[in-house]
Design a protein around this ligand. Structure first.
Ligand SMILES: C[N+](C)(C)CCCC[C@H](N)C(=O)O
Length: 246
């Protein structure tokens, strides 16, 4: 934190923010929409009816995986741009210094398109899909499991339960997602200069060789600290929006 502050001032902490904010509504509606509709297909119960007839954990997991798989594709280009901008760590421009490689998210998207082709915008998308398919399953299982544990049968979970269950669901899924998150980000940065990795497996093997197994847990603490409040609020919004409008 101190280093980022000294080097890039307060703005450094908000690097690559505008795109995630623009994309989060789209990505989350795909995630929760696909999840809920897959459950509807699998169990023939709507969100309201699910309290009285709770779906099995297998169905929850499958619906979560489907949601995770599809949202990964919507997320991929936005996530790529975020990673590229976050990794650009030049100090704030001084007069006379050359401009940064990417001047902002739109410029970044256009440059990737020009330099790496349309498929370049989906660099790392496979790793992202592999990261999100099972871990979104874990996300919903943890959430449902904790809600059921602390809610009397047939009732809606209280706001406090939803917040805590959502927070822990975020942590559990991020802990599980971190190894592939590290690989995904490295694949997304590859291609910026010369290609370093031949593919995902090569990226895994050379990362382990150079940095040991600990590399798979890089950033897990800060990711979990972020995941708790973000997902507490996400699930609270989800539950309340469906209760009001469902
Ligand atoms: C599966 N994985 C852990 C990668 C993410 C789950 C979605 C969580 C939420 N959109 C967030 O940004 O925390």
């Amino acid at each position: 934190m101190v280093k980022i502050y000294r080097h890039e001032s307060l703005l450094g902490f908000f690097k690559g923010m505008s795109f995630p904010i623009a994309s989060i509504a789209v990505v989350n509606s795909v995630l929760f929409g696909v999840y809920s509709n897959t459950l509807l297909v699998l169990t023939a119960t709507s969100h309201q009816e699910r309290r009285a007839q709770p779906p099995s954990y297998m169905h929850i997991f499958l619906a979560g995986c489907t949601g995770g798989f599809l949202q990964a594709y919507c997320l991929a280009p936005f996530d790529l741009i975020k990673v590229r901008l976050q990794n650009q760590t030049e100090p704030r421009a001084q007069p006379g210094s050359p401009p940064p490689r990417y001047q902002g998210p739109v410029h970044c998207a256009a440059s990737i398109f020009r330099e790496e082709g349309p498929r370049g915008l989906f660099r790392g998308a496979w790793a992202l899909t592999l990261r999100d398919t099972p871990t979104v399953g874990i996300y919903f299982i943890t959430y449902e499991g904790l809600c059921r544990q602390y809610t009397p049968e047939g009732q809606n979970p209280s706001s406090a339960t939803v917040l805590v269950a959502g927070g822990f669901a975020g942590i559990a899924s991020w802990v599980a997602a971190t190894p592939l998150d590290v690989i995904k980000s490295r694949m997304q940065m590859d291609g910026l200069r010369r290609r370093v990795y031949q593919g995902m497996l090569d990226c895994m093997v050379s990362s382990i060789r150079q940095e040991g197994l600990g590399v798979f847990f890089r950033g897990v603490t800060i990711n979990s600290a972020r995941a708790f409040p973000v997902n507490a609020v996400t699930f609270l919004s989800y539950e309340y929006l469906l209760r009001w409008w469902g």
